[in-house]
Design a protein around this ligand. Sequence first.
Ligand code: SAH
Ligand code: SF4
Ligand code: F3S
Length: 444
Amino acid sequence: MNVFIKTYGCQMNERDSEAFAGMLVKAGHTVVWSEEEADVLLFNTCSVREQAERKAIGKIGYMKKLKAKKPDLVIGVMGCMAQRLGDKLFEELPHLDFVLGTGQLHTIVPLIESIREDRRHVANVAESAAVLTGMGSHYAPMTGSWHGQIAITRGCNRFCSYCIVPYVRGREISREIGDVLDEARMLVDQGCREIMLLGQNVAAYGLGGNVNAPAPDHSPFADLLAEMNKIEGLLRIRFTSPYPTYFNAKLIRTIAECEKVCHNIHLPLQSGSDRILKLMNRQYTRASYMEVVNNIRAALPDVTFSTDVIVGFPDETHDDFLMTRDVMNEVGFDNSFIFKYSPRPGAKSSFVEDSVPQEVKEERNQILLGDLKNRVEANLKQLVGSVQEVLVEGESPRNPDRWCGKTGNSRLIHFEPDDGIQAGTLRKVLVKRAGTVSLSGELI
Ligand code: SAH
Ligand code: SF4
Ligand code: F3S
């Protein structure tokens, strides 16, 4: 069968889609890139904000027309919205064939094969540890040849008060270190040079779902990084998203000692106000967050940070917002994802009033985006004249005469290619100019 997969949401969801594709291709099916060519349409959905759900429901609703023309078409919804709404989705979208929850990744192949034979509505949203067996499948065309991703944990136990993820992804589980390393070696054998380790709470890897900060010398995640660092042929290791309280002495020391681990850390802040952090059930304060930043910076002087921030959490005052703005400037984030608070049914904060008006959320969002833009421009300007090492990615998306690559600390540089240029190799570039979001330079 020809299968089309559309993915919404985070990198974990992208990775799940790649695993779905890997399992389907292994079973003899074909992944196609247009809906018209497909016998099966799969929508891997996200619930993190209302907008994400609305987008997917709109799109799946629209597929009714295609199904009217092609009655054999199988349409399935997977991922976090499937988990959250289960068989209720059939009421709104009667042309759907199945709803598959986040714990059932591994059952996709038999499911679509049986639905083709025996048409009926199927909803399966059971949590299952067997999901781990499905997580290792890959399909390179979806992520690229030189870059690969490995999900090392699943679920989340943190229950930040605004967040739906613990409800839709289930309890946090870690994969066996041997499985992760085998998967990494397999990717490297296939030409992969950079691996991104993924998890909603990635640095909690191997802690058995315990949410308390580990002792300073205990970090199974650091042990994994150290083992990954030994893999011959692998050039770079990245990871996302780590919760700030897991950066203990051992993890920071290990990152500094492992030359393949990149010096760009995504460190979700959410808010700079202690009062709001507490309401969010985030287990750090502004001061302890800054301590983590300073400890990492002391060990990795060239580190860059990126972050996630929510504006307009219930009861966020202008002063709370200014504290967030202040911390963002103090850290000097090179990238930030700024979200307007969206109440999620069932998450703890949804039981209090969404009190910050939409216009105020929008205004706070714009202020932070403006700060970010100015900061990134200033940070990039300082690099003109320096020599940077990039991992070559390929042609620049908007100008195929130029190529691009990223530094270890995630700065994008465009350059004129030479004859020997090859994606997935490390090259040195002299930075000539700084733009608003990237640099340009010459290979040396
Ligand atoms: N596990 C990751 C976050 C996953 S969700 C972490 O802890 O970093 C990605 C981001 O979406 C979050 O960091 C948060 O900033 C944002 N987010 C989550 N729930 C939200 C909500 N209800 N409204 C607005 N933004 C939200
Ligand atoms: Fe959501 Fe918090 Fe878990 Fe991240 S750590 S997925 S924000 S509950
Ligand atoms: Fe969305 Fe699920 Fe990821 S809710 S952000 S796709 S874990």
